[in-house]
Design a protein. Structure first.
Ligand code: BTN
Length: 266
């Protein structure tokens, strides 16, 4: 797999020198964190054929069966205050839409904040983890973890995901070039990294265009309870601006948002 990816990866992409490809790991994000703590450089890329403990947001598992998806993590050392990286997940999501579109001609939608979707099914997700120096507020490193379902048919997913998850093969009806997609993902993240701090407005405009949550009826699940509303906008830092049924408008920064019409929510 490593040689196939390298043969498809732009020769000018310097991250090719710090590419690690594994057969099976617990989680590429966990492994990336270990490598980052040992000093691995900016642009270290980890890809696994399978994960035994693939992780998603909100402590969820990410189904990571052997040879069926791309399970990738990238270590970034942006060298800036952590507060300037609030849009990182949005930037990575847009980059992944570019990578999928370049490889398959299909551009997924984004369900706020980190899900790639097609036809109301989840194609993949992004888990961003940040290590911050508490004294200075500087970001020591960021890990961007991405999982994309590639070759599955519906029956390949665990029973509880069969109505919720989809794959690029299901979406396109064609075989998926996994090494080509992996190379496109690395290139898209490399490009995103170069624009991350200087082209924030353009990145967020593109994110809004891809975000299928906007304009939809949603349910926000927060510690205080469940609230219904309509998704109005995305804030510059990636928050979801919601008009709630009680007439208030608030920006939601975290938590779970269900979108009517998606993942079986009616
Ligand atoms: C989500 O759906 O909430 C995010 C899923 C992120 C999954 C990827 S797979 C590669 C990397 N390693 C992990 O353990 N998680 C991310």
């Amino acid at each position: 797999m490593k040689n196939q990816i390298l043969s498809k990866l732009n020769a000018a992409c310097s991250w090719r020198d710090t590419l690690h490809v594994y057969d099976t790991v617990d989680s590429t994000n966990t492994r990336a964190k270990e490598l980052a703590k040992q000093g691995a450089p900016h642009g270290t890329v980890l890809i696994a054929n399978a994960q035994t403990g693939g992780r998603g947001r909100m402590g969820r598992r990410f189904d990571s069966q052997a040879g069926m998806g791309i399970y990738m993590s990238v270590i970034l050392r942006p060298g800036c205050q952590a507060e300037r990286l609030m849009h990182l997940t949005c930037a990575a999501a847009g980059a992944m839409c570019d990578a999928v579109e370049n490889t398959t001609d299909l551009r997924p939608g984004i369900k706020w904040i980190n899900d790639l979707v097609w036809d109301s099914r989840k194609l993949g997700g992004i888990l961003t983890e940040l290590s911050v120096d508490p004294g200075t507020g500087l970001a020591e490193f960021a890990i961007i973890g991405i999982g994309i379902n590639c070759t599955h048919s519906q029956e390949d997913f665990p029973a509880q995901l069969q109505q919720l998850a989809g794959s690029l093969a299901m979406a396109t009806g064609k075989p998926v070039d996994r090494s080509g997609l992996a190379a496109a993902m690395i290139e898209a993240l490399y490009d995103m990294d170069r624009r991350l701090l200087t082209q924030k407005d353009a990145i967020m405009e593109r994110y809004k265009a891809d975000c299928i949550t906007l304009g939809r009826d949603i349910t926000v699940h927060q510690a205080e309870g469940i609230r219904h509303g309509k998704a109005l906008d995305i804030s510059p830092d990636g928050g979801l601006v919601v008009s709630f049924a009680d007439g208030s408008t608030e920006t939601v920064q975290s938590g779970e948002v269900s979108v009517r019409g998606l993942y079986g929510y009616v």
